[in-house]
Design a protein around this ligand. Structure first.
Ligand SMILES: NC(=O)C1=CN([C@@H]2O[C@H](COP(=O)(O)OP(=O)(O)OC[C@H]3O[C@@H](n4cnc5c(N)ncnc54)[C@H](OP(=O)(O)O)[C@@H]3O)[C@@H](O)[C@H]2O)C=CC1
Ligand SMILES: Cc1cn([C@H]2C[C@H](O)[C@@H](COP(=O)(O)OP(=O)(O)O[C@H]3O[C@@H](C)C(=O)[C@@H](O)[C@H]3O)O2)c(=O)[nH]c1=O
Length: 292
């Protein structure tokens, strides 16, 4: 049995759906990462064969206002899980982020797993600290991914695609940053790749994102092109958008290590992944059926 934290979130939820009865999903309110004794009790009782740690404090801007809470959830609690994984002698898979590569704005080459991290801002730094905690247990996987979208969990705060659809419907003109390069990725594909990875004993760090890269502006344009909606949308700079937290200008991840070591189908291109999600979405949310 695999214990999945963040089971009400986007990725944890998708992993639980794909694993079915093989997984036990853990999330708030019964499972609170900040209740370290409760976390220990739950996992000692479950004695899972593996722990997949997809829960996190993911509100990137809000994290700048409550760094202690963000670090406690993303870093300290991850350390507790790493100690437990060692005690139970089970693999621990920690889901991390492209945001650990925030400090190389002029880079043009995708980041490989061994490239030095340069997290900027509270969320990114807390996730990187989580990585360092996980490294202390040899049977670990660190999976860095980016810009997740897919079916929203019960408590999910939303994702970029759903935000664009909501804003697009409102009829207002949109402004989206065109100077942050990354690879937004579909949770169904990322969850599938994580399942393949856990089936190996190839411990270590892996980058798992859809193929290719884009900017958020171009990604938004593709959403509306696929929906066939006529939305007024303008490219802007990061400074013009003026978010609280810093975001990487370039955080494209090189997935060749995953593709080389794991016998799995290649990750689809981000445009195909987006088209697949938008089609799937029509079945998921029929009342909101894309009508323009
Ligand atoms: N979303 C993205 O674009 C990306 C995410 N990641 C990483 O991938 C992982 C999954 O992300 P995603 O599924 O989108 O995240 P979500 O925000 O959808 O889900 C995270 C889950 O963790 C739960 N959680 C938060 N705090 C606690 C706590 N104290 N105790 C127990 N559970 C808690 C949340 O509950 P609640 O909502 O009630 O707070 C939520 O159900 C995370 O580790 C994230 O850092 C990496 C790259 C991109
Ligand atoms: C809604 C909106 C966002 N943006 C910008 C803000 C930001 O730079 C970019 C993406 O917006 P988001 O709010 O989805 O960004 P963000 O929450 O930072 O997304 C991230 O989530 C965390 C958890 C991760 O780990 C990352 O991989 C990353 O994908 O688009 C606009 O320019 N215009 C808009 O109207």
């Amino acid at each position: 049995m695999i214990a999945v934290t963040g089971a009400k979130g986007q990725l944890g939820g998708e992993l639980c759906r794909q694993w079915g009865s093989e997984a036990v999903g853990l999330d708030l309110p019964e499972f609170d990462l900040l209740d370290f004794d409760g976390v220990r009790r739950t996992l000692r009782e479950l004695r899972p064969h593996a722990i997949v740690h997809a829960a996190a404090y993911t509100a990137v801007d809000k994290a700048e206002e409550e760094p202690d809470r963000c670090f406690a959830i993303n870093a300290t609690a991850t350390g507790v899980l790493a100690e437990l994984a060692r005690e139970l002698n089970c693999p621990l898979l920690y889901v991390s982020t492209d945001y650990v590569f925030g400090g190389e704005p002029f880079r043009t080459e995708p980041f490989r797993e061994e490239d030095p991290a340069s997290p900027q801002g509270v969320y990114a730094t807390s996730k990187y600290e989580g990585e360092l905690k996980v490294l202390a247990w040899e049977k670990h996987y660190i999976v860095r991914t980016c810009g997740l979208y897919g079916r929203l969990g019960a408590n999910s705060p939303g994702n970029f695609v759903e935000t664009m659809i909501r804003l697009g419907r409102s009829g207002k003109s949109l402004r989206v940053v065109d100077d942050q390069f990354c690879t937004p990725s579909y949770v169904v594909h990322v969850a599938r790749a994580i399942r393949y990875l856990l089936g190996t004993s190839m411990f270590g760090t892996f980058h798992i994102v859809n193929d290719g890269f884009t900017t958020w502006y171009r990604f938004a344009c593709e959403i509306f092109r696929l929906l066939n909606w006529d939305v007024e949308i303008s490219p802007i700079t990061t400074e013009e958008y003026g978010a609280k937290a810093p975001r990487p200008r370039f955080s494209v991840l090189d997935t060749s290590k995953y593709q080389r070591f794991v016998d799995a189908p290649p990750l689809p291109h981000w445009k195909d992944a987006l088209a697949e999600y938008l089609q799937e979405r029509e079945k998921l949310y029929p009342r909101n059926k894309v009508a323009g």
